[in-house]
Design a protein around this ligand. Sequence first.
Ligand SMILES: C[S@@+](CC[C@H](N)C(=O)[O-])C[C@H]1O[C@@H](n2cnc3c(N)ncnc32)[C@H](O)[C@@H]1O
Length: 236
Amino acid sequence: MNKQDKLIKNNYSKYWETAREKIYGFMDYDKNFLELIYKYSEINDKILDVTCGTGDPFIQELIKKGYKNIYGSDIAYNLLFKSKRNFSQAKYIQSNIQNFGFKNNSFDLVFCVHSSWYFSDFDAALKNMLNISKKTVIIDLFNYNNKNKKKTYYWHKFYGSKIHRFIDNLRHFYHKRYDRIVWNFSVEWRAANVKNIIEFLENQTIEFEFMTTDFKKIEDINKLNLYVRIILIIKK
Ligand SMILES: C[S@@+](CC[C@H](N)C(=O)[O-])C[C@H]1O[C@@H](n2cnc3c(N)ncnc32)[C@H](O)[C@@H]1O
């Protein structure tokens, strides 16, 4: 396992045990993302959340909605245990999505949310998601680039800038949150190579579309660069 994956599994995952609940909560973005899942699936479909974390809110909401075949996977055992404890109706598998061991076409819909920028090998993760899904893959991407970084104060301030990371780390040091410091210093945020993704999908004549985080279809692919975060929907 490489350094990035180890940090996610051993350090970042401790932060994430409570971060969803204490910091982020159930955001409008998550509600809209769930609507997309509902749109592209049936209630009896087999659905996999590849980076389910604590299962809050995605596994939780899908179960509430009446979905019967929900699976959650994650690289981190501690997060899966928490999810299993709270949402036992779903089935769980510990797995690094970059070397996933499922048979082809095992799931109707596969989704990955708030996570792809942590992957050390995005291409491998995408290929696996494509292989194991029968109908649909939904994944959100970090599309940070020179064209959009000036407009995006939030991302730039908190994640794009080393100075802010440094200040953030001092704060954690002061509060003796060493575990947070380790991952905050070392875990890399990786912007997706959208051009490569498009080329890869087009070469295999796989149908896809991109959406903004307001869940509007991006009709003109040349305008993708304007958005820091985009949602890729692949229809097999
Ligand atoms: C920001 S959290 C998001 C969790 C959940 N999707 C949510 O929205 O609440 C990122 C998650 O990705 C998982 N993760 C990161 N890299 C992974 C990998 N290579 N394979 C599987 N899970 C991974 C982390 O363990 C963590 O649970």
